[in-house]
Design a protein around this ligand. Structure first.
Ligand code: FAD
Length: 477
């Protein structure tokens, strides 16, 4: 209560606003400059105690209960320019929030400035050119729905309330990436506001090096205020759903899957996960999407169905946008999450043995899933965009999900010790799954041979590391 009282008073006084600097030092944001910022934007400047502040600071991962000193809710690119200039002039710790799905809570910061793009939600489809113009606060489900109403789509992630912006800037894979490549491979152009506050267009003709960097380099170089995507004709009815097997078959199924998935056509996306069930046991759930001719789906899945008959077979004709929302509840907004992920060039039988044995022995309250990558996204050269992990045919991911924050330490501890068993097998990680456990050296090395180019871009577009809450490329190398 006291906290709210003090915050409320601060919102009303003319005192300077104490804030956390990007370098960790305490700073004061001059009230007159804040008032000027408020007067110059169409959106909202919220301080603790202001109406809407409590709602605006919430992000997808309920583990992060952080209180920014200021939240600027931008209504358009002009607001972003003003806010970036304000941040560059005064140096608060800056968090950029789009869909708010950062696994590690990087889109909200304690005591800093949260630049909130979630009011910028426009999606415009040009069906003749098969192009989409998407504002950065848009969610994948909004983008999918607009594009599908014209029989179009591009690669999106597998949970529809994820943000388009963060996903694209880190790479972006999902049900269609084996056919269409990563989301960032389908990007045609972006508008970016770098640390200078200067509106900058980046595409194959204008600022091509920056365009290269935003495709996998995350939010390191500035705030993207518009995304332009190439869309593709995409059927609305596909074949998809889940095949469910008993956990007792996990070893043989996952070893079979390793070869089956490798030989699968690009149109087949199939991801197995070992999932705890409500009766305290586990099952193996294969999520399926076949995006090619529906009549070919049966043949594509036949080897798996013939290998072991599933307990439950829920695979059949399904609308693409329904498949895209089918995992939304499992990863509902506001619960607590801890996720670890790594890439795999192949699923070695030894890894399967290690994972299944670990689960049998320790019974961790975790979901362990394999990503199905490869296909078109692997036929792009590692240096063609900043996303370097083109050889990865799979990823492995573990997720702990809970609701009571008092369980957080124990949950994270369990997930970390389970990850220690898996970690020796992975080669790099997805920048969008960066965690506080990753050291700066690991993050820099994860960009592989693309790091030197990213560093040069960082020095040009963000020399003082204003945009540091990401898989950071520090300008000092
Ligand atoms: P936010 O939390 O808003 O932003 C994350 C970070 O991105 C920010 O900290 C900032 O550094 C940067 N950023 C965001 N917007 C901008 C911008 N406009 N300009 C500059 N920088 C910006 N990824 C996949 O590829 N495929 C999946 O299938 C997939 N599934 C997921 C499912 C769930 C439930 C979740 C939580 C995540 C999933 N992800 C997936 C990971 C996802 O790509 C990242 O969490 C991504 O960061 C989400 O974007 P956002 O805009 O919602 O995030």
């Amino acid at each position: 209560m006291r906290r709210v009282g003090v915050a409320g008073a601060l919102a009303k006084t003319s005192a300077d606003v104490p804030a956390m600097g990007g370098d960790g030092r305490q700073i004061a944001l001059p009230r007159s400059d804040l008032d000027q910022l408020r007067a110059s934007i169409r959106g909202l400047v919220l301080l603790p105690g202001n109406e809407g502040y409590e709602q605006a600071r919430k992000v997808w991962n309920g583990s992060f209960d952080r209180r920014p000193a200021i939240i600027v809710r931008c209504a358009g690119a002009a607001d972003v320019i003003e806010t970036v200039r304000f941040a560059a002039a005064h140096g608060p710790l800056l968090a950029v929030r789009a869909g708010g799905h950062s696994m590690s809570g990087q889109s909200v910061c304690e005591g800093g400035l949260m630049l909130d793009l979630s009011m910028m939600r426009g999606v415009r489809i040009d069906p003749l050119q098969q192009v989409a113009y998407v504002q950065p606060g848009s969610l994948l489900g909004e983008f999918d729905r607009e594009a599908q109403s014209f029989g179009l789509a591009t690669t999106a992630g597998t949970v529809s309330h994820t943000g388009v912006a963060g996903l694209t800037l880190g790479g972006g894979f999902g049900r269609l990436s084996r056919s269409y490549g990563l989301t960032c491979d389908n990007l045609r152009s972006v508008d970016v506001i770098p640390a200078s506050g200067k509106f900058t267009v980046a595409n194959a003709r204008e600022n091509p090096e920056l365009f290269w960097g935003v495709r996998g380099g995350g939010g390191n170089f500035g705030v993207v205020t518009s995304f332009e995507y190439q869309l593709r004709p995409t059927r609305s009815m596909m074949v998809g759903g889940a095949l469910i097997y008993p956990f007792s078959q996990a070893r043989e199924l996952l070893k079979f899957y390793a070869d089956f998935a490798r030989a699968a056509p690009d149109e087949l996306w199939i991801e197995p996960a070992i999932v705890p069930t409500s009766d305290g046991s586990r099952e193996v759930v294969f999520s399926v999407c076949y995006s090619g001719e529906p009549s070919d789906a049966e043949a594509a899945l036949r080897p798996l169905r013939a290998f072991r008959k599933p307990n439950k077979d829920h695979v059949g004709p399904a609308r693409y946008i329904d498949l895209q929302t089918s995992s939304d509840e499992v990863f509902a907004y506001g619960r607590c999450y801890y996720v670890k992920q790594g890439f795999l060039e192949r699923i070695q039988p030894e890894l399967v043995d290690v994972v299944v044995e670990h689960i049998e022995r320790t019974q961790p309250a975790l979901v362990v899933g394999f990503l199905h990558l490869g296909g078109a996204q692997s036929r792009v050269a590692a240096a063609a965009t900043a996303f370097p992990h083109r050889n990865a045919q799979h990823g492995i991911l573990l997720a702990s999900i809970w609701s009571d924050r008092s369980e957080s330490a124990a949950r994270i501890d369990t997930a970390r010790s389970s990850w220690r068993v898996i970690e020796p097998y992975v080669r790099g990680f997805y920048v969008n799954d960066v965690t506080a456990d990753h050291t700066q050296q690991t993050i820099s090395e994860n960009y592989g041979s693309n790091f030197a180019r990213l560093l040069a871009l960082k020095r040009k577009y963000d020399p003082h590391n204003l945009f540091r809450l990401n898989a950071n490329v520090p300008p000092n190398g």
